[in-house]
Design a protein around this ligand. Structure first.
Ligand code: HEM
Length: 467
């Protein structure tokens, strides 16, 4: 009797468990899981994530889960879900990003978790809106130096031109003046290696490094670059008394807390500072140069602040920038249109969104790219309309409602004000000294980018002549 009783109990137990799991699943959002174990919908999703998200929203409604590469990602696209993403205490930034941070910069998860808040507060302070005056002088100088190398006229791929201006300026500003190589061969090596690292970042954040040989090589090269230069960065004395560069301050904190001098944070800061700012500068110049009316108004503004274009060696101050709001509006409008595909938080305890319960462990995903295309928040969303930014209270450092390209909440991008300053300065100096025109139509944006802003799919040449 007992021999029959045990299997019956096991079978009944299994059936009950199955029913329970099914019932639980009924409570969850619709799930797109593909048919291959672990990979799930990974292939279709990876091919064109932005299109995948939009098609899924149309088919499954405002909340849906995508199972891919062993991860459950639940996307929220409407008000209630967005509020949970932004305000709920049950969702967490650090736990969502600690695995990608480990994969891309080899920072152990426990170290990242222990240091993150302190490092974030430091970055937010040093790059805050009220601290920007610290950067304006050196930034103008650095971009001048790079413009001098351009010569009197030429033709170049616009993306390369922007890299040529912003890579050295940003590295020398945030790490140490003179850190960016000046020797031609080493400069090329840096450009190519960083580009390879940046292009593979998205895959590198999800897959084991051993499957990505070239990307892994670029990562190791950049880590070795910082390893070699950390002593110099630490010993560097900025010209202004008592000031330190952002990286110097971060290194002090890391050393105090861990007793180590981590080149890994150098790599992470390098990527964060360049990977979005460079394509945004590319697209902004592209939009401005392909809208003759806007280009003309910008040039009139520049002449009214700095005098006849091209004549003097100018400095760009924060006061000058306040007199040129159209340039900032153009940058913000560009960021709206080319925003990151998704930002992410980890669900700590089940959260209710509409009639669904999103289980703990899911990654909650919000897509700034698609949010910025909702006509409820941004009328005529596909049009480049810088004037819509007139309504934003930028003096008070507020963007338009539902603009989320810099993330939102406690861990919003700490470099956002510096990014705007860098791009504004770069555009003003380039257009002040050079008469520029595009030789190709603006390329399409690639729909491959989930983590960062959208990149161009192909080349766009710019012709420049010294004024
Ligand atoms: C237009 C350019 C930029 C865009 C669109 C952008 C966007 C973002 C986004 C979406 C996040 C994630 C925020 C979230 O999940 O809520 C982020 C984080 C971050 N950004 Fe930016 N960013 C830009 C430029 C910069 C620059 C110039 C720096 C300079 C150092 C920077 C440093 C960082 C850092 C360090 C983080 C991580 C913050 C943390 O660990 O909590 N970003 N950025």
């Amino acid at each position: 009797m007992e021999l029959i009783f045990l299997p019956v109990v096991i079978i009944l137990g299994c059936v009950a468990l199955l029913l329970f799991l099914q019932w639980k699943n009924l409570q969850g959002p619709p799930c797109i899981r593909g048919w291959i174990p672990w990979i799930g919908a990974g292939f279709e999703f990876g091919k064109a994530p932005l299109e995948f998200i939009e098609k899924a929203r149309i088919k499954y409604g405002p909340v849906f889960t995508v199972f891919a590469m062993g991860l459950r990602m639940t996307f929220v696209t409407e008000e209630e879900g967005i509020n949970v993403f932004l305000k709920s205490k049950e969702v967490n930034f650090e736990l969502a990003v600690q695995s990608p941070v480990y994969r891309t910069a080899s920072i152990p998860k426990n170290v990242f978790f222990a240091l993150h808040e302190k490092l974030y507060i430091t970055m937010k302070g040093k790059m805050g809106a009220s601290n920007l005056c610290q950067f304006t002088g050196q930034l103008t100088e650095e971009i001048h130096e790079q413009l001098d190398n351009l010569g009197t006229h030429g033709t170049m791929d616009l993306n390369n031109l922007v890299r040529h201006l912003l890579y050295p300026a940003s590295v020398n500003l945030l790490f140490k003046k003179g850190l960016f190589p000046t020797n031609k061969r080493k400069t090329m090596e840096f450009y190519q290696t960083f580009q390879a690292y940046d292009e593979g970042f998205e895959h590198g954040s999800q897959m084991p490094e051993c499957l990505l040989r070239n990307w892994s090589k670029s990562k190791r090269w950049l880590l070795a670059f910082f390893e070699k230069n950390i002593p110099d960065i630490k010993a560097y004395k900025p010209e202004k008394d008592n000031s330190t560069t952002l990286m110097q301050t971060l290194l002090d904190i890391i050393e105090m807390e861990t007793n180590e001098q981590s080149p890994n944070y150098g790599l992470l800061l390098l990527w964060a500072s360049l990977s979005n700012a460079v394509p945004v500068a590319f697209w902004t110049l592209g939009f401005v140069l392909s809208h003759p009316g806007i280009y003309r108004t910008i040039m009139e503004g520049i002449a009214s602040v700095f005098g006849t274009a091209g004549k003097d060696k100018i400095k760009v101050s924060e006061d000058d920038l306040k007199k040129l709001p159209l340039i900032k509006w153009c940058i913000l409008e560009t960021i709206r249109l080319r925003a990151p595909g998704a930002i992410t938080r980890k669900v700590l305890k089940p959260v209710k969104i509409l009639n669904y319960t999103v289980p703990s462990g899911d990654l909650l995903m919000l897509s700034p790219f698609w949010l910025h295309r909702n006509p409820k928040y941004f009328p005529e969303p596909e049009l480049f309309k810088p004037e819509r930014w007139e309504k934003a209270n930028l003096e008070k450092h507020a963007f338009l409602d539902c603009f989320m390209a810099f993330g939102s909440g406690k861990y919003q991008c700490p470099g956002r004000w510096l990014a705007l300053l860098e791009i504004e300065t770069c555009i003003i100096l380039l257009l002040y000294y050079y008469d520029c025109s595009l030789l190709d139509p603006l390329p399409k944006q690639s729909s491959l980018h989930l983590l960062g802003v959208q990149q161009p799919e192909g080349q766009c040449r710019i012709e420049y002549k010294r004024r």
